[in-house]
Write a protein that binds this ligand. Structure first.
Ligand SMILES: Nc1nc2c(ncn2[C@@H]2O[C@H](COP(=O)(O)OP(=O)(O)OP(=O)(O)O)[C@@H](O)[C@H]2O)c(=O)[nH]1
Ligand SMILES: [Mg+2]
Length: 234
Protein backbone atom coordinates (compact mmCIF):
# COMPACT_ATOMS: atom_id res chain seq x y z
CA UNK A 1 0.00 0.00 0.00
CA UNK A 2 1.05 3.62 -0.36
CA UNK A 3 3.63 5.30 1.82
CA UNK A 4 0.85 7.52 3.20
CA UNK A 5 -0.35 4.57 5.28
CA UNK A 6 2.75 5.07 7.44
CA UNK A 7 1.87 8.68 8.24
CA UNK A 8 2.04 9.63 11.88
CA UNK A 9 1.76 12.97 13.62
CA UNK A 10 5.21 14.51 14.00
CA UNK A 11 4.90 18.10 15.24
CA UNK A 12 3.05 21.41 14.98
CA UNK A 13 4.85 24.59 14.00
CA UNK A 14 3.58 28.07 14.79
CA UNK A 15 6.68 29.66 13.29
CA UNK A 16 9.01 28.79 10.47
CA UNK A 17 11.88 28.26 12.89
CA UNK A 18 10.01 25.24 14.19
CA UNK A 19 9.51 23.34 10.94
CA UNK A 20 11.35 20.00 10.84
CA UNK A 21 14.44 19.22 8.78
CA UNK A 22 13.00 17.49 5.75
CA UNK A 23 14.10 15.62 2.65
CA UNK A 24 10.80 16.25 0.89
CA UNK A 25 7.23 17.12 1.75
CA UNK A 26 3.80 17.86 0.31
CA UNK A 27 1.57 20.56 1.71
CA UNK A 28 -2.22 20.55 1.80
CA UNK A 29 -3.72 24.01 1.35
CA UNK A 30 -7.26 25.22 0.87
CA UNK A 31 -10.09 27.18 2.36
CA UNK A 32 -11.07 26.58 5.95
CA UNK A 33 -13.38 23.61 6.19
CA UNK A 34 -12.61 22.42 2.65
CA UNK A 35 -11.47 19.04 3.97
CA UNK A 36 -7.64 19.21 4.13
CA UNK A 37 -7.28 17.31 7.40
CA UNK A 38 -9.90 14.78 6.34
CA UNK A 39 -8.01 14.16 3.09
CA UNK A 40 -4.81 13.48 5.07
CA UNK A 41 -6.72 11.07 7.29
CA UNK A 42 -8.18 9.31 4.25
CA UNK A 43 -4.72 8.89 2.73
CA UNK A 44 -3.34 7.62 6.04
CA UNK A 45 -6.24 5.22 6.41
CA UNK A 46 -6.86 6.35 9.98
CA UNK A 47 -7.49 9.47 11.98
CA UNK A 48 -4.17 11.24 12.51
CA UNK A 49 -5.21 14.82 11.67
CA UNK A 50 -7.70 16.85 13.66
CA UNK A 51 -11.01 17.33 11.86
CA UNK A 52 -13.17 20.13 13.11
CA UNK A 53 -16.81 21.12 12.86
CA UNK A 54 -15.68 24.71 13.51
CA UNK A 55 -13.92 26.29 10.51
CA UNK A 56 -10.58 27.97 10.95
CA UNK A 57 -9.35 25.89 13.86
CA UNK A 58 -5.98 24.91 12.42
CA UNK A 59 -3.64 27.87 12.94
CA UNK A 60 -0.45 25.89 12.95
CA UNK A 61 1.31 23.88 10.31
CA UNK A 62 0.89 20.27 11.37
CA UNK A 63 3.55 17.88 10.10
CA UNK A 64 2.94 14.16 9.56
CA UNK A 65 5.99 11.98 9.12
CA UNK A 66 6.05 9.39 6.34
CA UNK A 67 9.48 7.99 7.15
CA UNK A 68 12.84 8.70 5.54
CA UNK A 69 12.52 12.38 6.52
CA UNK A 70 9.51 12.93 4.33
CA UNK A 71 6.38 14.71 5.49
CA UNK A 72 2.87 15.84 4.78
CA UNK A 73 2.12 19.36 6.00
CA UNK A 74 -1.47 20.35 6.89
CA UNK A 75 -1.61 24.11 6.40
CA UNK A 76 -3.92 26.58 8.09
CA UNK A 77 -7.09 27.13 6.06
CA UNK A 78 -7.71 30.52 4.52
CA UNK A 79 -10.80 32.55 3.89
CA UNK A 80 -12.57 32.22 7.19
CA UNK A 81 -13.80 35.75 7.84
CA UNK A 82 -14.62 35.37 11.52
CA UNK A 83 -11.01 34.88 12.57
CA UNK A 84 -9.92 38.05 14.40
CA UNK A 85 -7.32 40.20 12.64
CA UNK A 86 -4.84 39.72 15.50
CA UNK A 87 -4.76 36.00 14.80
CA UNK A 88 -5.22 36.14 11.04
CA UNK A 89 -2.21 38.30 10.24
CA UNK A 90 0.56 36.15 11.77
CA UNK A 91 -1.19 33.07 10.44
CA UNK A 92 -1.28 34.34 6.85
CA UNK A 93 2.34 35.38 7.15
CA UNK A 94 3.29 31.89 8.28
CA UNK A 95 1.42 30.36 5.36
CA UNK A 96 2.90 32.75 2.79
CA UNK A 97 6.45 32.38 3.97
CA UNK A 98 6.17 28.61 4.13
CA UNK A 99 4.78 28.25 0.60
CA UNK A 100 7.28 30.55 -1.02
CA UNK A 101 10.44 29.62 0.84
CA UNK A 102 10.20 26.02 1.95
CA UNK A 103 12.87 24.35 -0.16
CA UNK A 104 11.88 20.70 0.58
CA UNK A 105 8.29 21.41 -0.51
CA UNK A 106 7.81 19.17 -3.58
CA UNK A 107 4.32 20.26 -4.51
CA UNK A 108 1.00 21.55 -3.27
CA UNK A 109 -2.26 19.66 -2.88
CA UNK A 110 -5.02 22.25 -3.05
CA UNK A 111 -8.22 21.02 -1.46
CA UNK A 112 -11.49 22.53 -2.72
CA UNK A 113 -15.07 21.69 -1.91
CA UNK A 114 -16.43 20.30 -5.20
CA UNK A 115 -19.49 22.52 -4.71
CA UNK A 116 -17.38 25.70 -4.58
CA UNK A 117 -14.24 25.16 -6.66
CA UNK A 118 -11.76 27.83 -7.65
CA UNK A 119 -12.95 30.62 -5.39
CA UNK A 120 -11.26 33.98 -5.58
CA UNK A 121 -8.90 33.01 -2.75
CA UNK A 122 -8.06 29.68 -4.39
CA UNK A 123 -7.19 31.49 -7.61
CA UNK A 124 -5.04 33.94 -5.69
CA UNK A 125 -3.19 31.08 -4.01
CA UNK A 126 -2.59 29.37 -7.37
CA UNK A 127 -1.45 32.54 -9.10
CA UNK A 128 0.89 33.21 -6.31
CA UNK A 129 2.31 29.68 -5.93
CA UNK A 130 2.80 29.03 -9.67
CA UNK A 131 6.01 31.07 -9.94
CA UNK A 132 7.73 28.56 -7.64
CA UNK A 133 7.52 26.13 -10.60
CA UNK A 134 6.37 23.34 -8.26
CA UNK A 135 3.43 21.10 -9.20
CA UNK A 136 -0.12 21.54 -7.96
CA UNK A 137 -2.76 18.81 -7.65
CA UNK A 138 -6.33 19.89 -6.90
CA UNK A 139 -8.55 17.59 -4.85
CA UNK A 140 -12.21 18.38 -5.50
CA UNK A 141 -13.35 16.90 -2.26
CA UNK A 142 -16.75 16.14 -0.73
CA UNK A 143 -17.59 14.62 -4.12
CA UNK A 144 -20.11 12.45 -2.25
CA UNK A 145 -22.25 15.57 -1.86
CA UNK A 146 -23.00 15.65 -5.59
CA UNK A 147 -24.39 13.10 -8.01
CA UNK A 148 -21.79 11.35 -10.12
CA UNK A 149 -22.88 13.31 -13.21
CA UNK A 150 -22.81 16.65 -11.43
CA UNK A 151 -19.35 15.92 -9.95
CA UNK A 152 -18.02 14.95 -13.40
CA UNK A 153 -19.37 18.19 -14.82
CA UNK A 154 -17.49 20.21 -12.21
CA UNK A 155 -14.35 18.17 -12.88
CA UNK A 156 -14.51 18.94 -16.62
CA UNK A 157 -15.06 22.63 -15.95
CA UNK A 158 -12.12 22.86 -13.55
CA UNK A 159 -9.93 20.86 -15.96
CA UNK A 160 -10.74 23.43 -18.63
CA UNK A 161 -9.93 26.34 -16.37
CA UNK A 162 -6.63 24.99 -15.09
CA UNK A 163 -5.45 24.10 -18.59
CA UNK A 164 -5.15 27.84 -19.12
CA UNK A 165 -2.91 28.15 -16.06
CA UNK A 166 -0.06 26.20 -17.59
CA UNK A 167 1.62 22.81 -17.05
CA UNK A 168 2.17 20.95 -13.81
CA UNK A 169 -1.36 21.39 -12.54
CA UNK A 170 -3.87 18.57 -12.31
CA UNK A 171 -7.24 17.90 -10.73
CA UNK A 172 -9.37 14.97 -9.57
CA UNK A 173 -12.54 14.18 -7.63
CA UNK A 174 -12.10 13.01 -4.05
CA UNK A 175 -14.22 12.02 -1.08
CA UNK A 176 -12.82 11.41 2.37
CA UNK A 177 -16.20 10.16 3.48
CA UNK A 178 -16.43 7.49 0.76
CA UNK A 179 -12.67 6.99 0.40
CA UNK A 180 -12.99 7.68 -3.30
CA UNK A 181 -10.15 9.07 -5.37
CA UNK A 182 -7.61 7.75 -2.85
CA UNK A 183 -5.52 5.73 -5.27
CA UNK A 184 -5.29 8.49 -7.84
CA UNK A 185 -4.28 11.04 -5.20
CA UNK A 186 -1.72 8.69 -3.63
CA UNK A 187 -0.23 8.01 -7.08
CA UNK A 188 0.21 11.69 -7.99
CA UNK A 189 1.51 12.81 -4.60
CA UNK A 190 3.62 9.69 -4.20
CA UNK A 191 5.40 10.45 -7.46
CA UNK A 192 6.39 13.88 -6.18
CA UNK A 193 7.83 12.34 -3.05
CA UNK A 194 9.50 9.46 -4.86
CA UNK A 195 11.36 12.03 -6.91
CA UNK A 196 12.81 13.28 -3.64
CA UNK A 197 13.47 9.89 -2.06
CA UNK A 198 16.73 9.90 -0.13
CA UNK A 199 19.59 8.45 -2.11
CA UNK A 200 21.39 5.53 -0.52
CA UNK A 201 24.80 6.63 0.80
CA UNK A 202 28.00 5.13 -0.35
CA UNK A 203 30.63 4.66 2.35
CA UNK A 204 31.73 7.98 3.79
CA UNK A 205 29.26 9.88 1.65
CA UNK A 206 27.55 12.42 3.86
CA UNK A 207 27.14 14.80 0.99
CA UNK A 208 23.47 15.20 0.09
CA UNK A 209 22.17 15.69 -3.40
CA UNK A 210 21.39 19.28 -4.15
CA UNK A 211 17.79 20.42 -4.10
CA UNK A 212 16.91 19.37 -7.62
CA UNK A 213 13.86 20.37 -9.50
CA UNK A 214 12.06 22.28 -6.78
CA UNK A 215 12.35 25.47 -8.77
CA UNK A 216 13.10 27.34 -5.58
CA UNK A 217 16.02 29.61 -6.18
CA UNK A 218 15.35 31.73 -3.14
CA UNK A 219 18.57 32.12 -1.16
CA UNK A 220 16.51 32.53 1.98
CA UNK A 221 15.01 29.10 1.43
CA UNK A 222 14.16 27.77 4.83
CA UNK A 223 15.31 24.63 6.63
CA UNK A 224 15.63 21.33 4.93
CA UNK A 225 18.20 19.78 2.66
CA UNK A 226 20.84 20.36 5.29
CA UNK A 227 23.94 18.22 5.08
CA UNK A 228 22.96 14.64 5.68
CA UNK A 229 19.24 15.25 5.15
CA UNK A 230 18.97 13.40 1.85
CA UNK A 231 21.57 10.75 2.33
CA UNK A 232 19.97 7.75 3.94
CA UNK A 233 22.18 4.97 5.27
CA UNK A 234 20.63 1.67 4.26
N1 LIG B 1 -19.38 14.62 3.18
C1 LIG B 1 -18.07 14.89 3.30
N2 LIG B 1 -17.66 15.66 4.34
C2 LIG B 1 -16.34 15.93 4.43
C3 LIG B 1 -15.39 15.43 3.49
N3 LIG B 1 -14.16 15.89 3.84
C4 LIG B 1 -14.35 16.64 4.96
N4 LIG B 1 -15.64 16.67 5.33
C5 LIG B 1 -16.23 17.38 6.49
O1 LIG B 1 -15.94 18.77 6.34
C6 LIG B 1 -15.63 19.36 7.61
C7 LIG B 1 -14.26 20.02 7.56
O2 LIG B 1 -13.28 19.02 7.35
P1 LIG B 1 -11.74 19.26 7.75
O3 LIG B 1 -10.99 18.10 7.22
O4 LIG B 1 -11.62 19.55 9.22
O5 LIG B 1 -11.44 20.57 6.93
P2 LIG B 1 -10.10 21.46 6.96
O6 LIG B 1 -9.92 21.96 5.58
O7 LIG B 1 -8.98 20.69 7.54
O8 LIG B 1 -10.55 22.66 7.91
P3 LIG B 1 -9.60 23.72 8.70
O9 LIG B 1 -8.54 22.95 9.41
O10 LIG B 1 -10.57 24.41 9.62
O11 LIG B 1 -9.07 24.65 7.66
C8 LIG B 1 -15.73 18.23 8.63
O12 LIG B 1 -17.02 18.27 9.23
C9 LIG B 1 -15.55 16.97 7.79
O13 LIG B 1 -16.19 15.84 8.35
C10 LIG B 1 -15.87 14.59 2.41
O14 LIG B 1 -15.14 14.12 1.53
N5 LIG B 1 -17.23 14.38 2.39
MG1 LIG C 1 -7.83 21.09 9.26
Amino acid sequence: MSLFRNAAFFKSAAELEHVPASAGEIAFAGRSNSGKSSAINALAGRRIAFVSKTPGRTRLINFYALGAQRFLADLPGYGYAKVPEAIRTPWEKLLGAYLQMRAPLRGLAVVMDVRHPLTELDRRLLAWFRPTGKPVHILLTKADKLSRAAAQKVLRRVEGEIAALGPNISVQLFSSLKNSGLEEAAAVLGTWLDASAPAPCSAGDENPRHDQGSGNKNPRAIRGNQPGAKCLKV
